[in-house]
Design a protein around this ligand. Structure first.
Ligand SMILES: *[C@@H]1O[C@H](CO)[C@@H](O)[C@H](O)[C@H]1NC(C)=O
Ligand SMILES: *[C@@H]1O[C@H](CO)[C@@H](O)[C@H](O)[C@H]1NC(C)=O
Length: 451
């Protein structure tokens, strides 16, 4: 154990140069020059290096999600959190991470340029690499996503009984409890369980105001709904445990694809998909350092597909890619942020997408008090853990239902977490709905799986 801890600490120190980019909507909006290589690659194209430029394109990315080329052809674009952006135009899809230098403790983001990224056509067979440069300069932004010294984060995590009793004394909507099993983790590992350093962002977008049409459609939905019990049938796969790896995004992603496959096959296919495959094999995530459902249940599942758990069993480590290549892969045909782009989400659109399309990965901010959730309808109380305050981070989970508490009238969402079945309400939790609690109404994601 001691030896392993030491190895882990060394790996972390190295791995901390991964994705500290912090680029905002206004940084990205504007006119860009894309330099693209020959369109002759396939899905194995690496794009670590750009290679010789063959095509130069000019794309204007304007509000809210319109992309236009030099000839006036229109497409769409979206930010992915603060990490990069995707452009879909002229039957091609482009994605690249925003450029930065440094690490999570101190980074400079150069939001007017990207790393080398990936471009492919609609058939997913015609690939090239590209890099993008904005035509107007954006001032470099320095940021630190982790404000505590590493030495502090490497200490053991301890339950704070005062935090638990403070929460329970202050309100009755949810119950806090101490989880002795959390003490097997270090603070840094607890931080990874809740999203990790890549996902720290000070100000996620607010939900988009609901239109009268959106409100009218929601009026026809049931008051309570849960994909675990739709007229007695469960479409949600079993709760899993991500352990001490910042892989929540792939657990939420695979949980979505598992549920969607159960729905479209009427439970004839009950696949459990490999979360390790995305951790170890996808260039679109940072492995145990974090990632996004948009890029995994979305782009990766379209480009490369996902495989059964047995094809690369979960280790919770940043292992080299070792997926059994003889395994069949399951693909996604379409994906989008609920509302069409990052920033368009709101409660009404989430309700409609959840009931009509199925479970949705969502992101929300994890504060100290959330780790101690033991049941009820969560809202952030503001109480801190005195022994080991953690960074506020964004965690990904799977939204499976919603309802209204009979006694209090409080509205809630029901989500599947990936902290094991002993946590919360049998591995699930409920959180206040309709007030963007912890930003939970800002980043829901939809994907269509091909059975
Ligand atoms: C890829 O698509 C381009 C058009 O965008 C076409 O000119 C080219 O021949 C295609 N390459 C392959 C290998 O299919
Ligand atoms: C709330 O009330 C409805 C209808 O009155 C009932 O079907 C449901 O089981 C109740 N839910 C709980 C959690 O008590």
């Amino acid at each position: 154990m001691l030896f392993r801890g030491a190895v882990l600490a060394v790996c972390l120190a190295l791995a901390w140069s991964d994705t500290p980019a912090n680029c905002l909507y206004e940084d990205i909006r504007g006119t860009w020059t894309f330099q693209e290589t020959e369109r002759s690659g396939d899905s194995s194209l690496s794009c670590d290096e750009l290679g010789p430029v063959v095509h130069t394109k000019t794309f204007t990315l304007s509000f809210p999600d319109t992309a236009t080329d030099e000839l006036g052809n229109e497409g769409t674009w979206t930010m992915i959190w603060n990490q990069g952006f995707e452009v879909n135009i002229n039957e091609r899809s482009y994605f690249a991470f925003s450029y930065y230098e440094g690490d999570f403790t101190s980074a400079t983001s150069y939001c007017d340029r990207t790393f080398s990224g990936w471009s492919r056509d609609k058939t997913i067979r015609n690939w090239s690499c590209f890099s993008a440069q904005k035509n107007t300069r954006v001032a470099p932004r320095t940021s630190s996503k982790v404000t505590q010294p590493l030495s502090k984060l490497h200490k053991a995590y301890r339950n704070d009984e005062k935090l638990v009793s403070d929460i329970n004394a202050a309100q009755t909507s949810w119950r806090a409890k101490a989880y002795p099993e959390h003490e097997k983790f270090g603070r840094y590992q607890m931080f990874l369980r809740a999203g990790g350093p890549g996902a720290v962002l000070s100000s996620p977008p607010s939900p988009a105001p609901a239109t009268p049409e959106q409100k009218a459609r929601v009026a026809f939905l049931p008051e309570n709904f849960d994909w675990r019990n739709v007229e007695g049938v469960n479409y949600v796969s079993a709760v899993r445990d991500q352990a001490s790896c910042g892989s929540c995004y792939t657990f939420a992603s695979m949980a979505q694809l598992e549920a969607r496959l159960r729905m479209v096959t009427r439970n004839q296919r009950q696949d459990v998909f490999s979360t390790q495959d995305a951790v170890s094999c996808s260039v679109l995530s940072q492995g145990c350092m974090g990632g996004f459902a948009y890029l995994i249940a979305g782009r990766y599942a379209v480009d490369q597909g996902v495989v059964a758990e047995e094809c690369n069993p979960y280790t919770a480590l940043d292992d080299p890619c070792d997926t059994d290549t003889s395994c069949a892969r399951t693909y996604v045909s379409e994906y989008e942020y609920v509302g069409g782009y990052y920033g368009a989400c709101n409660e009404e659109l989430m309700l409609q997408a959840l009931v009509e399309k199925g479970p949705l990965p969502v992101g929300y901010m994890v504060y100290d008090d959330f780790y101690n959730y033991g049941g009820g309808i969560y809202h952030h109380t503001g109480f801190k853990n005195d022994f080991n305050p953690l960074e506020v981070t964004s965690h990904a989970v799977l939204l499976v239902g919603y309802g209204v508490d009979n006694a209090t009238g409080e509205k809630y969402w029901t989500c599947k977490n990936s902290w094991g079945a002993d946590w919360g309400e049998d591995g699930f939790f409920r959180i206040r709905r309709g007030s963007n609690e912890c930003s939970i109404e800002s980043m829901a994601f939809d994907a269509t799986v091909i059975p």
